[in-house]
Design a protein around this ligand. Sequence first.
Ligand code: GMT
Length: 378
Amino acid sequence: MRIGIVCYPTFGGSGVLATELGKALADKGHSVHFITYQQPVRLNVFSANIYYHEVRVPTYPLFDYPPYEIALASTMVDVIRNHDLDLLHVHYAIPHASAAYMAKQIVMKTGRAVPFITTLHGTDITLVGRDKTYEPVVTFSINESDAITAVSQNLREETYKSFNITKEIEVIHNFVDVNRFNKRPIDAFRKVIAPNDEKIMVHASNFRPIKRVADVVKVFEEVRKQMPVKLLMVGDGPDRPMVEEMVRNIGGDSDVRFLGKQEQMEEILAISDLFLLPSQYESFGLAALEAMAAKVPVISTNAGGLPEINIDGVTGYMTNIGDVAAMSEKAISILQNDKILEQFKARAYEQACKHDIQTVIPLYEKLYSRFCRMEPCV
Ligand code: GMT
């Protein structure tokens, strides 16, 4: 098939998922056309089946806000026409679903019917999309999608609760390429971070308030009272200065490293022992699944779709939002005993294998095949 993929090209989970999906589809022989304003972060391979179309947004002194959505829809039309796309798959509803709707209407005028599938990822529904400023357009464009998928059961329910959706939302859970994340740790790297063989905790996010990064530092402080431990903070965002200051105030500078945005997450996870995800909400928590694929157990909250991947007492533990005491106690219980840690690691990996890319890609292919034109396109 010839598939157009639209996503945010940044480090966010929706862009990561869309890019990994496109790469895997290309490996299976489909032609994949990424339509984004920047080369997606994880689009770091050469493949004869992958095409990248940059959305250029011309500015003009009159525009306080250059019309990105129009530029995106126009680029979609251009790619549909010149590369004879079979369908568009847009990730994150805002503004991708409404731009896809517009592109679909434009090509329809010349007799081309190009369906579009919208995958809902999280904040497009639970945070931004709910805002009255956007809601009517979000509701309309989701309903106009030829198929709608959500990355978890929880997100499906949240969408029905918050919007007047008249169509079926199908759940296709996120996936991970287990082979990529199941890496042997690089001893020298581990030695640099934990020279005395201290246990290593890790957190990765966009450091937005919804991630509750302060709780990560609070848990670190509690664990450090009981045992030597190091903390790796991966990513960047608005709350980073605040947590850096927290770390300085507790005298944790020598035990906490802020690594910024990182592309080679698998190498960082390979040397880590425990992943912390104290979020206020996660529709799914792709970062936690990637940790499990690297055999790293997860302490998370029980918010949103997290219970669909983190199994309490099996792949890690779940606590209520903000329950730093419980998170710390559970972290210590895993890290203090190597035998217990090994059991959690093995079970986390087993769980990640259930969400391996190889099992999920066929679900998307099956979905796409429902929209094939009469001639063979798979
Ligand atoms: O977590 C973020 O703020 C980024 C956001 C995104 O759209 O990239 O992530 C969302 O989509 C991911 C991939 O489906 C999910 O794993 C995240 O849980 C979800 N984030 C939230 O729901 C807050």
